[in-house]
Design a protein around this ligand. Structure first.
Ligand code: HEC
Ligand code: HEC
Ligand code: HEC
Ligand code: HEC
Length: 187
């Protein structure tokens, strides 16, 4: 296409104008999507569907609830991968939960959570295992390379030994750290 053709009015608008408008729409759209992804990752958003579940209280009562370090870990920091592509894929997969929310009887009740906790926990655990607990490792960096002085000997030994193994023998964080936040039902 020649430059003349680009700047020349088409039937009504010049192709250049259409291009400019297209770019503006694209940029606004991009930021809208980013903003939407961001909002739909907040604790408040998670709790819109899980509002009658004790999940947030469990976080607050746990070692990840800020009592020691002052840091309250967000739901998404453990549950959603932080790498952009995996993040997007996980967001698309969990968007199906809208249907579950609308169709699972009594979903948003504590009774439902207690009854289904083990099954739900295992789905969450399978997912975390599939990403090698990368969300845990985002905060607990280099747990295998240089353990803090204060870490107890048993932890140092277990981590060290595990770090020497190769998959599939190598365990992932949640294999050993079960029920780190929410009570994990053994039966
Ligand atoms: C649209 C409603 C809705 C929202 C918003 C929502 N959830 Fe859920 N969530 C559900 C439903 C429904 C299930 C049960 C899914 C099933 O078994 O089909 C579920 C299950 C889960 C599970 C266990 C099963 C799994 O897929 O791992 C986790 C973990 C979870 N949600 C975390 C979150 C987090 C974190 C957020 C916020 C980023 C969130 N949820 C936001 C409806 C929602
Ligand atoms: C947003 C950062 C963050 C994420 C994500 C995170 N943690 Fe932590 N974790 C912390 C902080 C902060 C503490 C408290 C440190 C302290 O005790 O001073 C902690 C404490 C711990 C402890 C020691 C206390 C205890 O309960 O035994 C373990 C074990 C642990 N985390 C494992 C995990 C695992 C497993 C995951 C992934 C499921 C994870 N963490 C995800 C920040 C994080
Ligand atoms: C082979 C089992 C095993 C694996 C895998 C494992 N841990 Fe541990 N971890 C332990 C044991 C045992 C302790 C000591 C008891 C405790 O605090 O729960 C410990 C303690 C910890 C602590 C508390 C240390 C302290 O005393 O300050 C943190 C934080 C932690 N682990 C994080 C992680 C993270 C993150 C991963 C994944 C990269 C991981 N662990 C993988 C067994 C394991
Ligand atoms: C420190 C990491 C961490 C944080 C913070 C966290 N979770 Fe979880 N969550 C897990 C892990 C790990 C599991 C898998 C079960 C287990 O090992 O206990 C899980 C399991 C679940 C399940 C399945 C049912 C159950 O009780 O096991 C739901 C639903 C869930 N989380 C929702 C949430 C919501 C909502 C928030 C925020 C209010 C949140 N989680 C915060 C780590 C976390």
């Amino acid at each position: 296409m020649s430059w003349r053709k680009i700047t020349k009015p088409s039937s009504q608008y010049s192709v250049l104008l259409l291009l400019v408008v297209g770019i503006i729409v694209g940029v606004v759209g991009y930021f809208t999507v980013q903003q939407t992804l961001h909002i739909t990752s907040s604790d408040a958003f998670c709790m819109t569907c899980h509002s009658n579940h004790s999940l947030k209280e469990e976080v607050l009562a746990s070692s990840h609830g800020g009592s020691k370090s002052g840091v309250v870990v967000e739901c998404q920091q453990c549950h959603l991968p932080q790498e952009p592509l995996n993040y997007l894929i996980k967001k698309i997969i969990v968007s199906k939960d809208v249907i579950g929310f609308l169709t699972i009887e009594n979903f948003n009740t504590q009774a439902w959570l207690e009854e289904n906790r083990k099954a739900q926990a295992d789905i969450a655990r399978d997912y975390l295992r599939s990403i090698d607990s990368s969300t845990c490792q985002n905060c607990h960096k280099r747990i295998y390379e240089d353990q803090p002085e204060a870490m107890n000997n048993m932890a140092v030994r277990m981590h060290h030994k595990n770090s020497k193994k190769v998959p599939p023998e190598r365990q992932t964080c949640i294999d050993c750290h079960k029920g780190i936040v929410h009570p994990y039902p053994e039966t």
